[in-house]
Structure formats: structure tokens, C-alpha cells
Design a protein around this ligand. Sequence first.
Ligand code: ZN
Length: 447
Amino acid sequence: MRNAQEFDVEIYRGYAIHVPYSPFKIGDEVALHAFPDGGIVVNALGTIVETGSFKQMRLRHPRARIIDRTGCYLIPGFVDCHVHYPQVYMIACYGEQLLDWLNLYTFPEEARYKDPLYAKQAAKVFFDELIKCGTTTANVFGSQFILAMEEAFLEAERRRIRVIMGLNLSDRNIPEALRLTPEKAYTLSRTLAKKWHKRGKALYAVTPRFAPVCTPEMLRVCGKLLAESPDYRLHTHANENSGEVEWMKTKELFPKQSYMEVYRRFGLTGPRSLFAHSIYATPQEVALMARTGCRVAHCTSSNFFLGSGHFPMRRYVEAGIPFGIGTDIAGGTGLSMLKELERAYGCQMILHASDPKLAYRLSGTKLLYLATQAGAETLGLGDVAGSFLSGRAADITVLNPARETYLPERMRNCSTPAEELFVLCIAGASHLVQEVYTGGQIAYRAK
Ligand SMILES: [Zn+2]
């Protein structure tokens, strides 16, 4: 039986700031919820009760224990919509675009995860690094090896990180060591999903790497798996890099249909499906994605690093396609969502200068929204995580500007919360993360 103590509440005191609704739809001013001396009330089950000014929250919950973080910003834990666990040890591999980069660096590295000890150690480092960057929910691209996946699910669970994850599937145009037959892909995916889907905070994602390394039979198996549960997810790549898009059109692959049409044909498009990148989707493909409810992860630093291109953000907003931000290591150059926001801003500025119809000048409100609530909605978790609204998990990232020498003074030069938030998103970095709470429990504390 639970004792009364467990039902006592806590108030996290600090500069509480969150963006629970889309500023793209309702405008920045209404979307931004900022409480300079704020209080986030959390119950003993780790769920947010309410959020407001500290004074008001204190009056309403006079017996609550106070977790005082005055001087710090309290933001919802970041939601990373696309990131590769078995690439944590290959960040910063030099000089190639996507296809050569995969062949030269990525495939040999991913083959090393056959060794469960290597995988175990990497999983530990990967999730340590993720939480250290303030990320509490992640859509993780998995390994091809079932034991490596077991290690990853375990490490995520240990840190109470909400993950969507699955076995990485491919059966052609990839080294033998990374291939699974469609039959094997089916049975191993089912085994993993049975054990991990909805265990704690984990959800299972059917994960074909991308269409060029999957035979039609493999894509058919993916469609079959996806149809077996109403809430499995689908996680893959599409329209990332011009070389890849050209390759898709060649005779050996799928010459007569668009990239997205291939996925649709195998039952892989829909509201549970996330396609990383989508830089080169044609207007017809964007329409297909909107019609079927597909989701997208925008990964700026990866798009820059691999020379892939600029994400036409406005096209996706106008089509009503949900999208969030992904760090996409090791195309991306680190696990920090703050760094990713700075890049996303720059990417949109460059694009805006040449074609304002494709891009936004992203405010701090829009940036924080993209890194939190938009990500949660993109992953079908909008009522579970991403904001400080009542009923959400108390996933709280504590940012302390004093961990950077110039930042406290820079903040004092701001005159509105929106301005402060912009500075935080652009000048912030993972070393500002002082603490991270998942479900109201401490998951990381900086030294
Ligand atoms: Zn990726």
C-alpha cells in the first residue's frame, strides 16, 4: 500500500518556460508560456499537476516540498526525433556525402555491434550523453543485432528515457554482416517488439534503414509488422541527399515511382510513420505525406555535415505535416538539441534570404516548440510529453546560464521572455544543462 507521503506534491521553482501549442498556428505571443518566477507542480507519480507563477502555486499547494532552482530556466525535456544509437563512436567522419559516408564509415562501424560487449558499452555512453544534453524522449534508429538492441532498451529504461526504437532492417546494397533475410527480420522484430513495446516508457518502431537497401519483400514484411499493432511506429529515411534520390530512380531500384510512393505501396505511410530528412520531396510527395498523415524529422546539422541541403520548412508547415528536430548522429555532429536549434535557425536564415516562400526566420518560441512539443506531437506523444501542461510527465531540463561566463549578463540585456528564450536557444549549449528530471525523478546532475 502507498503511504500518504507518496502523494505529496513538489514544486519546481525557477524560470519556467514552455510552448504547449503551435506558434506556427496561433502566433508566438499566445503560444509562449513564460513564468519568470514560476512553479511547476508535480505529484508523487511524476506527473505535472499545474504550472504557473510560484506565488500562486505555493498558495494552492502550501504543503508542497520546494525544489528551488531560482536563477535557472526550467524547460520541458528535449524530444530528439531522429538519432542513431550505433553511430555514437563515429561522430565527425570526414569528407563524404551520404552514400559514400555510409559505405566508408557507417556500415563497418555498425557491424561492430555484433559484439554484445561493444554494444553494451556504446549503449551506456549513448544514453548517458543523451540525458546529459537534456533530452528525455528520443526516436532512436537501432542496430541490426538483437542483443545490441536489448542493451539499448535496457540502458534507456535505466535512465527512464522515453524511447521509440527497433531493429534496423536491410537486405541488399549493404555488407553481408548487416543483412537480415525478410523472414529473419520478421521473427526478430516480433521477438523484440513483444518484449519491449509498452514496457515502461518504450515503444517499438519497425525500422527499415531506407528503401535503397531493402528489397520489395523486406518492405512488405515491414508493412506486415506495422499492421500487427495499432501503435507500433515506423521509422526510416527518405529524400535526404541528391545522390540517394538519383540512385532511387535507377533501374536496379525503383525507377517508375516516387520515393514516397514506394513506401506507400508497401503500407508504410501514415500517422505512425516518421521519415527523416525529406529535403527533396516533390510537391506530389509532400501532398502524399500530408494526405496519409506522415511525420518528418528535420536534422539540420546532419544535412550540413553531409552536404545534403536545406530543409524547406515552410512547405511542411503549410501542408500541415508534423515535424520535429533530430540530431541524427553521426550525420549530425553531436547529441545537443541546443546546438541543433542554432543550426536550424541558420539554415532557415540562409534559405529565407534566397527564397522566403520556403523558410522562416525562427523565433526562440518557434525553436523551443520544435525541440519539445512539436517533437512530441510528431512522435504521437503530444499529450504525454513536450510541455508543462497538466497531465504531462514531469520531464524537466534545468538550464543554468551561469555555467557560461558571458550569458548571465547577456540575459540581463534582454527585455522580454521571448528575447531571453531566443538567446538561450542560439547561445545555449549542453554545458548549460545542470539537471535533468524524468517523470519527476533526477536522471542527471552536472558536476
Ligand atoms: Zn539518419
